[in-house]
Design a protein around this ligand. Structure first.
Ligand SMILES: Cc1ncc(C[n+]2csc(CCOP(=O)(O)OP(=O)(O)O)c2C)c(N)n1
Ligand SMILES: [Mg+2]
Length: 370
């Protein structure tokens, strides 16, 4: 069994070797974790008040996403899971761009074609479009890593997935290929104990998820996923190995999904209250905050101010995204072909004519509604 790396215990006390990080970096990590929690909270409220259709709770797993994003460079790639708000927020994606996706408005990079939470960014981070099917992005991420190597770049690809994702065919083929060809990939499994209502002991008979690396010739590391410094350290080491051509690493970040699977789920039907209480004590934000206070990086008032500032930024982002127009009907036909084939052009014209003739507000440019 793999030992679990911990640097901060649940009370925020140092129990391991602390990575050398500047105050600005620590602050940036705290800010991204706070932003993630507020983004999550705001999205839940927007969904419960009928303003957006769907969201994916991220509360409780902030340290995994932020700790894993922190060692990356802008030229690296991320093949994310849908529970990775913190990666985008840490790497500088504006909250408003993420809210544009939540509302599926005209400014959304996916033009409202994807579900909410299915972000896709090129700038300021190479963030592969999120896939709903579990595990399909794992071999895609390995492909990205191999492509960077073949081009002579020293980039790496961070591939993030859940405990349920390890039962997918994509996990097997991705890990196997990466192991054989030493792909510069980091496999980050966010073991949050559940795959919707399926608990970990029904997901796998393996002792740990990290141990699965052995079958593919890939080192497996287990880390406390609620300890942002420990996650940073193991991902930092894995990135260094991948960049140096030493091959991939499988990381199991042990954490807990503190909310439902999605806004369509009722976890009270299957998650034991006692289990939630136990994990609430291990809250990643509480722990990091305590550490920063003890190290005098920030005082309580500064943390409170930062928290309020993050809440305000998220609220403004939501308001701005809500106020934007919907994507025009035309966008159903754009972004696929550079030169639109004749049969698609004919469908486009039929579509615009059809909705205009029903009085459903489409102008000749395909803008909808008028
Ligand atoms: C191939 C496939 N099978 C089933 C589903 C339905 N589904 C959506 S999320 C999910 C659970 C995934 O759990 P896990 O990988 O642990 O990620 P988590 O949601 O816990 O972050 C399932 C079964 C799907 N999206 N794709
Ligand atoms: Mg899970």
């Amino acid at each position: 069994m793999n030992a679990t790396l911990q640097i901060l215990d649940p009370a925020g006390r140092k129990v391991g070797k602390v990575p050398k990080l500047k105050h600005e970096q620590l602050l940036r990590m705290l800010r991204a974790m706070l932003m993630t929690r507020h983004f999550d909270d705001r999205c839940m409220k927007l969904q419960r008040t009928g303003k957006i259709g769907f969201s994916i709770p991220n509360t409780g797993i902030e340290a995994v996403s932020v700790g894993a994003a922190a060692p990356l460079r802008k030229t690296d790639w991320i093949a994310p899971s849908y529970r990775d708000f913190g990666m985008a927020l840490y790497l500088g994606v504006p909250a408003e761009a993420m809210m544009d996706n939540m509302f599926g408005n005209a400014a959304d990079t996916g033009r409202g074609r994807q579900m909410p939470v299915h972000f896709s960014f090129v700038e300021p981070v190479r963030y592969l479009s999120i896939s709903s099917p579990i595990g399909t992005h794992i071999p895609q991420g390995v492909g990205i890593a191999m492509a960077m190597r073949k081009r002579g770049e020293d980039g790496v690809c961070l591939i993030s997935f859940g405990d349920g994702g390890t039962s997918s065919q994509g996990f097997h083929s991705g890990m196997n290929f990466a192991g054989v060809f030493s792909a510069p990939a980091i496999f980050l499994c966010q073991n949050n104990q559940w795959a919707i209502s399926c608990p970990l002991d029904k997901q796998t008979a393996s002792e740990t998820i990290a141990i699965k690396g052995e079958a593919y010739g890939i080192p497996g590391v287990r880390v406390d996923g609620n300890d942002v410094l420990a996650v940073y350290q193991v991902v930092h080491d894995a990135v260094r190995r991948a960049r140096a051509g030493e091959g991939p690493t499988l990381i199991e970040a042990v954490t807990m999904r503190m909310g439902g699977h999605s806004t369509s789920d009722d976890p009270t039907r299957y998650v034991d209250k006692g289990m939630l209480e136990e994990w609430r004590e291990k809250d990643p934000l509480k722990r990091f905050r305590q550490y920063l206070l003890e190290e005098a990086v920030l005082d309580a008032r500064q943390i409170e101010q930062l928290d309020e500032e993050c809440a305000a930024v998220i609220l403004e982002a939501a308001k701005a995204a809500e106020a934007k127009t919907r994507p025009p009907l035309e966008t159903v036909f754009t972004d696929v072909y550079q030169d639109m084939p004749e049969h698609i052009r004919a469908q486009r014209e039929w579509c615009i004519h059809h909705y205009s003739s029903r009085g459903e507000g489409v102008n000749e440019k395909g803008e909808f509604p008028l």
